[in-house]
Design a protein around this ligand. Structure first.
Ligand code: 5AD
Ligand code: FES
Length: 343
């Protein structure tokens, strides 16, 4: 797909044309990755963060937010639940928490692998090569790091460097790939200052990076962050549900084999139908929350996040019902990596 075609689809408003976009994406999804929806249990194990991202409610400057770091035992308990629930993967996610020592995380990964043999995905931000290597050797399989936007000026504005270290997530993704990780990335949709052209470039970049997993979700303003009050740009991308479906569908067309989650941010915009519509317009993965309920409200990346009060058990049942209601099946095991499925 050429960039001008992507742009045209992003600007499309005609209901009939959009319906045909949803159908093409759904068809490609069915033919490439099938009907199984893979469940990846999310463990938000620390909300400490050293960074000052303009969009994120966990940013260091938020001294009003109660901070927590789960113990190894608590994390292992969540992993056991994942296994019990039949999830194939756990995703260990945190703020960029340098209080998490590399050895401690390596030990945690090893313990999960030993006891459960689940696939382990890490999403702990920008760390060092030695740490990434150590975690890979400990058994980690995948790494998620969204590049957030392909526009370098916009990126620099919303994601300030940490001290003298330049934040180069594209270079990190490349490094992670070399170290043997399956890599996942993605962007937010409707960041103040993001133009249609930027978003079309993001989607084109997905294909170039040959990602195993691509997560896209609407930007949801958090009132306690600077980006909630930023002016919009000319040709601003709206942070809407409709725009999110367009990006999910186009991502499927551009990266037919990728694992694409129907994200929590999308479910937050439409609690009743968001997850199902995402799955019907290109997505094939859902990330149910396994975080113990007492911590969930503090992992407040953005406000009114879906599933903040539901227990892991409730989410499991809810999602199974939702998946089956649209004629899809719950995937078994970790699910193949996208590059392994390539013809
Ligand atoms: N709205 C939507 N998504 C957000 N993220 C962070 N803050 C927000 C927000 N306000 C996304 C980022 C990050 C992922 C973990 O959550 O893309 O990479
Ligand atoms: Fe958590 Fe539906 S997925 S309540």
């Amino acid at each position: 797909m050429k960039k001008d075609q992507i742009l045209r689809c992003l600007r499309e408003e005609d209901e009939k044309q959009l319906e045909s976009l949803w159908q093409s994406a759904d068809k490609v999804r069915r033919e490439t990755v099938g009907d199984a929806v893979h469940l990846r249990g999310l463990i938000e194990f620390s909300n400490y963060c050293v960074r000052q991202c303009g969009y994120c409610g966990l940013r260091a400057e938020r001294t009003d937010l109660p901070r927590y770091r789960m113990t190894q035992d608590e994390i292992l308990d969540c992993a056991r639940r994942a296994r019990e629930f039949g999830y194939g993967t756990v995703v260990l996610q945190s703020g960029e928490d340098w209080g998490i020592k590399a050895d401690w995380l390596a030990e945690t990964i090893r313990a999960i692998k030993q006891e459960t043999s689940l696939a382990v995905t890490l999403s702990v931000g920008e760390r060092n090569e030695d740490e990434y290597r150590l975690w890979k050797q400990a058994g980690a399989d995948r790494y998620l790091l969204r590049f957030e936007t392909s526009n370098p000026e916009l990126y620099a504005r919303i994601h300030p460097n940490r001290g003298k270290t330049i934040s180069d997530r594209l270079a990190i993704l490349k490094l992670l790939r070399t170290l043997g990780y399956e890599i996942g990335s993605g962007v937010m949709i409707g960041i103040p200052g993001q133009t249609f052209d930027d978003l079309a470039n993001d989607i084109a970049l997905f294909a170039e990076l040959d990602l195993d997993m691509i997560g896209v979700g609407p930007f949801i303003p958090h009132p306690e962050t600077p980006l909630a009050n930023e002016p919009l740009t000319q040709d601003q991308v709206p942070n809407t549900e409709a725009m999110t479906y367009k990006v999910v569908a186009l991502t499927r067309l551009v990266c037919p084999q990728a694992n694409i989650p129907s994200t929590t941010a999308l479910a937050t915009l439409n609690l009743a139908q968001g997850r199902e519509l995402g799955l019907s317009r290109g997505a094939n993965v859902i990330m149910p929350n396994l975080t113990p309920v007492q911590y969930r409200a503090s992992y407040e990346i953005y406000p009114s996040k879906a599933c903040i009060k539901e227990t892991a058990e409730q989410c499991r049942h809810c999602l199974k019902k939702r998946i089956e209601s649209i004629g899809r099946t719950v995937g078994i095991g970790p699910g193949p990596r996208q590059s392994a499925r390539k013809p």
